[in-house]
Each structure stands twice: as C-alpha cells, then as structure tokens.
Design a protein around this ligand. Structure first.
Ligand code: GLN
Length: 276
C-alpha cells in the first residue's frame, strides 16, 4: 500500500504541467476530502484501495489535460472560492491585477460599476467583497455563464446583479462610474490556444478579431456612451497589446490613459477616464 507522499510523487511525474506537483496535491486532497495541509502533516499515511482508486480516476482526467479547476469544480480568486465549469474562462491570478487597479484608482464611495463578460463573476464579486458601497452589476453574453456567476454571487453572499447581454447593450447612457472587463483578446492564430488548459475553455471567452483587439475596441467605444463624465474604463489585455489599447483609448478621447503590469512583469491592464 502506498503512502500519501509516494502517491503525490508518482502522480506528479505523470502529469505534463508546469504545476504538476501542486496539481497532484490538489487532486489528492480533493479525493480524500481534506485540505492540502493534511497531506504535509501525514505524508507516511497509507491510502486504502478505494481511496487510491478514487484519486486515480481524477488523475486520469488530469493526464489527458483537463484543467484542475474543472476536475475540482472550483477555483480560488482573490478572497473567494468560485464554482467553475466549461462555460467560462477559469479565473487567472493575473486578473487580480485588474481588480487591484480598480480598487486603487476608484474612490470608496457609492459608485455604479459594471463588469463585462463576467464569466464566473470573479471580477465583479471581488470588487463587491472589497467595496460594499459600490453598486456592482455584471453581464455576460452566455446564459450558462450568467447562471454560474449568479450561483457564485449567492454562494459568497455578495449582492451583485448579473444579466445576459452583449457588452453594454441595454445599459443606459451616462449610468456608470466604472466599466471593467477581461474580454477575449487572443488572436485566433495564436499557437497557445492549442496548448494546456485553454483547450478546455470556450473560444468565445478567449479569441477576438483584429489580432485580438476587436472586443477591446467595442468596449472602449460603447463605454463612452455609458460612462459618466470622469468615469473610468479598465480593461485586461495581452502582454503585447498595451500600445494598441492605449492608442484606441487615446483616439477615442479618454484622459489619463496608462497601463499596469501583472505579477509576471507583463503589461496587462490599461485604463482611462471618459473626458469631455
Ligand atoms: N490571459 C488569458 C490567457 O492567456 C486570456 C484571457 C482572455 O482572453 N481574456 O490564457
């Protein structure tokens, strides 16, 4: 009978991922119904046959590439645990930079805030958790994504209304102080789309026309109508899209256009104020 430590080591060797050991630990903890610290406290504990079988079933899914978040059914983002499924992007640590930027640039008063293409609800829910005074709403074009975000709002006890719409369609003129979004921004020809976890995520959440900038441009254009004067737009984008996004915002007449790097030192977020 194998121990916890042996099981993790041999499983990690069979997972082709940059995070193979962490993946193995997360899957083993999940199948045993314990948290990861248990694994480090009891490395010599032996697994029962049925425990090993349950773990091996999860490991087999990971070995063919299925993301850990889909196997576990949830993913941590900011301070929240979010349900995840194949209808949306899996929340990324990089997107926490978008949340941080909004928190640092926007005042802690009763603002109207909308998150576009909310997916799991990650951005909207993290903002509401930090800024209870903000009136946060979120939209997504996918009905399945909206249902998931609604469930995550309820499970985390956060008052965020979620509705189904394409970007700012049906949102009133001059009604928002903040528009925030992590839209699809990957070029359809990008080879990364054929590698790793993204293969299991919806292309509609990843890929955009015009070298990945078409949705960023639509959002920036539509936000001019919806933002109040002095309201702020914040978008996540690809590491090589800073200049293109800044140019879009500058051409549309946004003020205070600047970009922020993610934890890996890549330009990841660009923001501007509706002038006028
Ligand atoms: N940053 C994500 C990735 O590289 C893409 C997210 C997006 O398209 N909005 O996989």
């Amino acid at each position: 009978m194998v121990t916890i430590a042996e099981t993790i080591t041999s499983a990690a060797a069979s997972i082709a991922s940059d995070t193979s050991r962490l993946d193995a630990e997360l899957l083993l903890a999940h199948s045993l119904g314990v948290d990861r610290s248990y694994l480090f406290t009891w490395p010599d504990k032996r697994l029962a046959v049925d425990q090993l079988a349950a773990f091996n079933a999860l490991l087999a899914r990971r070995m063919v590439g299925e993301p850990v978040a889909h196997i576990l059914g949830h993913q941590g983002f900011w301070s929240l645990q979010l349900a995840v499924n194949a209808s949306t992007l899996i929340p990324r640590p990089d997107t926490e930079v978008l949340v941080e930027t909004a928190l640092s640039l926007c005042p802690d008063v009763a603002l109207d805030v909308i998150d576009l293409g909310t997916g799991t609800g990650a951005i909207a829910l993290a903002l509401k958790a930090e800024r209870p005074l903000w009136r946060v709403v979120a939209s997504d074009a996918s009905l399945d994504a909206c249902r998931l975000a609604q469930r995550n709002a309820a499970d985390n006890g956060l008052d965020v209304a979620i509705f189904c719409a394409h970007w700012l369609q049906s949102v009133a003129d001059n009604s928002m102080d903040v528009v925030i979004s992590n839209p699809p921004y990957i070029d359809a020809a990008d080879p990364h789309l054929k590698q790793g976890d993204v293969r299991f995520e919806p292309l509609s959440a990843l890929v955009s026309e015009a070298a990945g900038t078409a949705d960023l441009r639509s959002i920036a254009e539509q936000s001019l109508r919806v933002l109040r004067r002095g309201g702020r737009l914040l978008v996540e984008h690809g590491y090589d899209q800073r200049e293109a996004v800044q140019q879009i915002l500058n051409t549309l007449g946004y003020d205070d256009v600047h970009s922020v790097q993610d934890y890996g030192g890549q330009w990841r977020v660009t923001t501007g104020l509706r002038g006028g």
